[in-house]
Write a protein that binds this ligand. Sequence first.
Ligand SMILES: [Zn+2]
Length: 493
Amino acid sequence: MKLYNTLSGDAQEFAPADGKTVKMYVCGVTPYASTHVGHALSYVAFDALRRYLEYLGFEVRHVQNFTDVDDKIIQRAQEQGIEPDELAEQYIDDFYETMDGLNIQRAHVYPRATQEMGPIIETIQTLVDNGSAYQAGGDVFFRVTKKADYGKLSHRTLDGMQAGARIEVDENKEHPMDFVLWKGARPGEPSWESPWGPGRPGWHIECTAMAVTYLGATLDIHGGGQDLIFPHHENEIAQSEASTGEVPFSRYWVHNGLLILGADKMSKSLGNLVSVKEALEKYTPDAIRLYFLSSHYRRPLIYTDEGCNAMEQGLHRLREPLIRPSGGSTPLNFEAFEQRFFEAMDDDLNTPRAIAALFDLAREINRDYATKDVSTAQECLRHLGGILGLTFEKKKPPLNIGAESYNAMLRDLRAKLTEAGQSGLAGLISDAEVAGADTVSEPDIDRLITLRAGCREHKQYALADEIRDWLDRQGVSVEDSAAGSIWAYRPRS
Ligand SMILES: [Zn+2]
């Protein structure tokens, strides 16, 4: 497959260095607030990349960090009157929960900065020893002038950076672009012992130490959002190459475009965040994934409720053909769609085109199922969707149907069927059912769909419509076709 590499500035044929195992490091979150949909966009993109590389037969070794000591964590913890590690723990739990909710495969290792002080301090010591870093006051800085190719990822020169950057004046620094590796302790903040006195690591050095510890001196893929290219990833390269002596630190640099909420880039300072939990209350994980992947990963994406709703509707068109019964014996030809899907994925993970191929395959199954054998085409659709992490499950939004209303509806239905002389149909509703359920779940909806089909078969159309209307009021839509009835959660607006 071809993959765009920020370092080279073009798409290149991708293969891991050893031909087998892809060493992939993706920058993780700073756990000080709820995981938001901007994070989700990035991790869904890297999940799709990982799933596709695994499909291609590579083994992917995925490492992703938690920056669990940081100014923002310390500040937020002080505001809440709790310890920083308690706050971090809380949001790390939130992170796992939301990633699982979105069907994002877990990384193999999630190192945390606070648990990696040994490797972090050793890396800084190496940099000090070889002249790439210097101590000034209680801090240690990286000496950017020592790295001749500093700026190669963001394609900028030191002079260009200075012209464009808002530089903090720090008289301890030799050069304005030098960046901190170790920050001397300040009162009331967590700190660790080091050869330069108590303190804590800078953000960039954590990623270098963790990536090298868990994946070695040369990565195949380093990923993150485009907002991390400079300074974070530029600095990671400088530190890593200067400490290990291996060039390049990462063979491929893969960056996703950012999520835009309304007119502004999603940023915490604007207070316009949507948490993944909020999104998952409204939409199925499949709809959110499909929405993110319907835009190419390198483009920015504007997040809107309309967009998510449209995907929820679209999913209905993908799920429906999966349960169609085959009406003929000639197999439906699906190879052309499969080929289009893979060609798109090979082209720098062009998921919008891959998704278009999925929808076309779904349409083909819907059109021809009555006269052809669509079973292998259905398997193909499910398999290709799986590469994008789609489950085709109607998991959420949760049913919000009161048991009382459901029980009353069944009682009413049985009475009306008896009255209409349909004792056979009425007999399908047991005394236990009429006595009532405590909760209503998906099998209960399936049950109603079956009863409704019975009503239609016996020409009790008014009762069939009553069932459909009742379901509609509960937010469940029913669609009839030659193959039977299908129900779906109606997206909420
Ligand atoms: Zn990082």
